[in-house]
Design a protein. Structure first.
Length: 394
């Protein structure tokens, strides 16, 4: 058997789904050949000016054709045993895509994918978009089983890719809530299979080094880790800080993760030494921060199964999640933390409860750790995926 993954983006591009793909592919390739077809693995393939021109051209061509088709350069490389094929347009294909307003792009991409997918036993698409639709056409022509993990955050996304999911041989859900949602949008229950994600932590944590480096000492520490996108709750958590300080004035709020447009201004408008804004951090710093915090807080409104909660539980930390579907079952249903809206007063109340009751915090963190140990690890996920792939072979 050979497994062929398809994903528009791939590490070192930063994204939870993409990093999970990398780790699960590296796990599977220990026993089974794995290849991955992608459009981009970083955002710096071109200069800023060139990217702007290509982005404008892609928008002119078609909203459904990503700019990476015009910016990426075709190449292949080995990623710890996994063969990665970056599928980019040739100069002629780029020109043709623009001249024909996108009509030639589908055929060109399918020609590239047909070559890359020769010999594949199963095609597994992650976060389907234009590339996934093209892969589906190739899979059907070659009569290769086609699997999709959609990572659907809301119903509008499902409307865009619904027919693709219904046509797939298997659609993978990350949680029970995700499974129910897929069935609700019309995916036959027999096609929906369960998978999951695993914590992305490695190396030995050095929490005291993190605290010393950032002047936190022994003060209480609340950690937000993720992109500074409003729906993830970074801004709401920041707004909750002053209310927490009313009860625990020494509490440090640490924000780590890539910025988005306008997010730096949030922190500039709240100059306080107790706010530690780190921006993008290394994997080692991420691990140290998780081990160092007292409470992990990410009250997101759009998630499926965020690996960062699992990562916090790996270190026995209680978490505060948001109102995204399925998080209540995952967090409060397992006694591993609290759920909160993005109202700063409610976030502050949950933080204060955890900081004020160390024994409860310890119990919740331990419950989360037990859940991760039992269900969420890459060997178990790889084994489950291989069983699904094998069941689809004719």
């Amino acid at each position: 058997m050979r497994v062929q993954f398809v994903s528009t983006k791939y590490p070192p591009y930063i994204g939870g789904a993409q990093t999970q793909l990398q780790k699960i592919a590296q796990q599977i390739c220990r026993t089974t050949p794995v290849q991955i077809a992608i459009l981009a693995d970083r955002d710096d393939d071109q200069t800023r000016v060139t990217r702007s021109v290509y982005n404008a051209a892609a928008a002119f061509v078609s909203a459904g054709i990503p700019a990476q088709w015009l910016t990426s350069q075709s190449r292949s490389y080995d990623d710890d045993g996994v063969k990665v094929d970056v599928v980019g347009a040739t100069a002629v294909e780029k020109l043709s895509t623009v001249v024909t307003r996108g009509h030639s792009a589908d055929t060109a991409m399918e020609r590239h994918l047909s070559r890359v997918m020769n010999g594949a036993s199963v095609i597994h698409c992650i976060k389907p978009d234009w590339l996934a639709f093209r892969a589906r056409e190739v899979a059907r022509r070659k009569r290769i089983p086609y699997v999709v993990t959609p990572f659907i955050h809301d119903r509008s996304v499902a409307d865009d890719i619904g027919w693709l999911l219904k046509d797939a041989d298997a659609v993978l859900a990350l949680s029970e809530a995700d499974r129910r949602n897929l069935i609700d949008i019309g995916i036959p229950a027999a096609k929906v299979r369960m998978t999951g994600v695993a914590p992305l932590v490695s190396g030995e944590a050095q929490p005291q080094r993190f605290r010393d480096t950032h002047g936190i000492g022994n003060d209480p520490m609340v950690l937000f880790l993720g992109r500074m996108i409003e729906y993830k709750g970074a801004r709401a958590t920041l707004a909750a800080a002053s209310r927490v300080w009313d009860k625990f004035p020494a509490t440090r709020f640490v924000f780590a993760g890539p910025p988005v447009a306008g997010s730096d201004a949030w922190f500039e408008q709240m100059p306080d030494a107790r706010i530690v804004h780190l921006g993008r951090v290394s994997d080692a710093d991420k691990v140290d921060a998780l081990a160092a915090c007292n409470v992990f807080c990410m009250p997101s409104t759009f998630e499926i199964l965020p690996a960062v909660f699992l990562e916090a539980w790996t270190f026995g930390k209680p978490v505060i999640g948001g109102t995204a579907a399925g998080l209540q079952d995952l967090i409060e249903g397992n006694g591993a933390g609290f759920i909160s809206s993005q109202e700063p007063a409610e976030i502050a109340d949950k933080i204060v409860r955890l900081l004020g009751d160390p024994e409860m915090s310890k119990r919740m963190g331990a419950a989360g750790r037990a859940l991760v140990d039992a269900k969420y690890n890459f060997p178990a996920l790889a084994k489950g995926l291989m069983e699904i792939y094998s069941s689809l072979q004719h």
